[in-house]
Design a binder for this molecule. Sequence first.
Ligand code: OAD
Length: 247
Amino acid sequence: MDTRALEVSLLNAKSLCVFTGAGVSQESGIPTFRGENGLWKQFRAEDLATPEAFERNPQLVWEWYAWRRELIHNAQPNAAHRALAQIESALSMKSDGRFTLITQNVDGLHQRAGSQNIILLHGDIWVLRCSACDFQRRDESVPLHPLPPICPACRSLLRPGVVWFGEPLPSADWTDATHAAEAADVFLVIGTSALVYPAAHLPQLAKQHGAQLIEINPERTALSSLADLFIQGKAAEAFASIQIHIE
Ligand code: OAD
C-alpha cells in the first residue's frame, strides 16, 4: 500500500475534514454493516433499526443493541482511530489549521482514542434517551439493567441514542457537517460504503467546493470514481505505515 501521497496531503492540509464509517472500526473487531460478514447479512434493519421496530418489539431491539454495546465495550481503538486523534492535535498547533471529524459510527472509539472536534451524525450508542419525553443520559454500563431501560422522569421506555432508518439526522450536526465539508481543502473518507444518505452527500459536497477527495477502503465504493486519491487497503494498516509530523 503506497501511502506517501496521503502523507503529503495531510502535511499540507489547512482545513482537514475526515469522514468515517464502520470500516474504521473493523480492525478493532466491530463488524461493519454491509459486505461479507456485515451485520445486515445476519440481521434485518427493518426489525432492529427503525422506530417501527422499536414500537413493535422494544425487547428485541434492545437485546441487539445490548449485544453491540458489549462488543464495543470489549474493543479497543486501533491505529487509525489513534492516528486521527494525533493528526487533530498536530493540526491544532498550526495557527490556521482546522480539523473536523465526522463519523457515522455510534461506537465511541474515536472519542476513546482522543478525538475532540467530532460530529456524531448517527448518534451515540452510549446515550439512552426517552422515547416520550426530553430525558437523556449517558450510560456506559455493560450489561445494561433492566432491559429495556425505563425513563426515570416519565416511566416510558428509554431507547438507544442513535439515528434509525427513516429518522432525520440531528439538524445542528448536519449543518456543522456541511459547513466543515464545504470549508475543507482535504476531505478524507475512511471505511464507508457511502450508500446511506444524507451522510453520503458530504464527500460530493466537499469535492464540489474544491476539496481534494481521498478515500481509504479495501474495496472500491460508490465514491471511488470521484476520489482524487484512492488508497486500497485497511484503515489501521494505512495509518500504521505513515509518519505524522505536521508542522
Ligand atoms: P458499511 O458496512 O456500509 O461499509 C463499510 C465499509 O468499510 C465498506 O466499504 C468496506 O469495504 C469498508 N471496510 C471494511 N473493512 C475495512 C477496514 N479495515 N478499513 C477500511 N475500510 C474497511 O458501513 P457504513 O458505510 O458506515 O446507519 O454504513 C453507513 C450506515 O449504514 C451506518 O452508519 C448505519 C448503517 O446501516 C444506521 O444504522 C442509520
